[in-house]
Design a protein around this ligand. Structure first.
Ligand SMILES: Nc1ncnc2c1ncn2[C@@H]1O[C@H](COP(=O)(O)OP(=O)(O)O)[C@@H](O)[C@H]1O
Ligand SMILES: [Mg+2]
Length: 263
């Protein structure tokens, strides 16, 4: 479904991504992990064409992603959330979702502003669908609350609802559990499973290892912009290079030799 081939991205002297290749299959939950600064968000930004890579290509359903405008990416069926939540803070929850929906409708954003008869009817349908999506992510009771007044976990779920409003085939989530407590994370996990069960492929950046390992079919590990490992969670978890990247040099060795060692 999504194919990345040899992606490299530099910021001045910093090689944020080097020669990253991977494929996401339709219907899977694909995890992207790695220490802070590994290049995970940069990879999202390259996939969604916010950044242009120095080299490499990415395609989605056979169509090139690089160099496209954000609305074109969305129209192809790729939606994302942001590590630093990006909502319209002064608009209500329902309005935030409706904005996501507009790129999918004939009237478009301009029609919504001009408010012709056809767009008014469309607007009613959009609002109904936005309510459904808020219910779907579990914050239906928050519809009229101003986005920035919502608890952090609800803002994250609102961002997911807005992304779903574009009817994506692939939903990319950048650290959706960040700032959530344990019980919110359990609910989030159920939501991601529900999204996949409803036919949407998921790309998940996540720091919470328990969440990643329990949820993902396959995992890609980045370190210093390079692919360190890829595979099923159980394989990746046992990989000494991965243990070392997370726990520091020597940890993999200690884990194997020291009884009751930290790892
Ligand atoms: N717009 C940018 N300009 C300069 N450096 C950046 C930019 N975005 C990310 N970086 C750098 O690239 C590296 C990877 O960052 P990032 O992709 O955010 O990592 P991660 O999401 O894995 O924590 C970091 O060293 C970061 O400081
Ligand atoms: Mg990041």
């Amino acid at each position: 479904m999504l194919q990345a081939q040899g992606l490299s991205k530099r910021f001045g002297g910093l090689q944020a991504l080097s020669d990253v290749s991977f494929q996401i299959r339709q219907g899977e939950i694909y995890g992207l992990i790695g220490p802070n600064g590994a290049g995970k968000t940069t990879l999202f930004n390259v996939l969604t064409s916010l950044y242009i890579p120095e080299s490499g290509t990415c395609t989605f359903g056979g169509q090139a992603l690089t160099g496209r405008k954000p609305h074109e990416i969305a129209a192809l069926g790729l939606a994302r959330t942001f590590q630093n939540i990006r909502l319209f803070g002064n608009l209500s929850a329902i309005e935030n979702v409706m904005i996501g929906r507009h790129i999918r409708t004939r009237g478009g954003v301009l029609g919504a502003v001009l408010r012709t008869g056809a767009t008014r009817r469309e607007e009613t349908a959009i609002e109904a669908r936005a309510h459904e999506l808020l219910d779907y992510v579990g914050i239906g009771h928050r519809a009229n609350d101003v986005a920035r007044s919502l608890p952090y976990g609800d803002q994250r779920r609102l961002e997911i609802a807005r992304a779903l409003a574009t009817e994506p085939k692939l939903l990319a989530l950048d650290e959706p559990a960040a700032g959530m407590n344990a019980s919110e994370t359990v609910v989030l996990r159920q939501l991601i499973e529900k999204i996949r069960a409803d036919g949407i492929t998921v790309l998940l950046i996540e720091h919470d290892m328990k969440l990643v390992m329990g949820l993902c079919d396959r995992v890609l590990v980045l370190e210093y912009g390079k692919v360190l490992a890829e595979g099923r969670p159980a394989e990746v978890q046992r990989n000494p290079k991965v243990i070392e990247a997370y726990l520091g040099a020597g940890a993999a060795h200690d884990a194997q030799t020291v009884p009751g060692g930290e790892a």
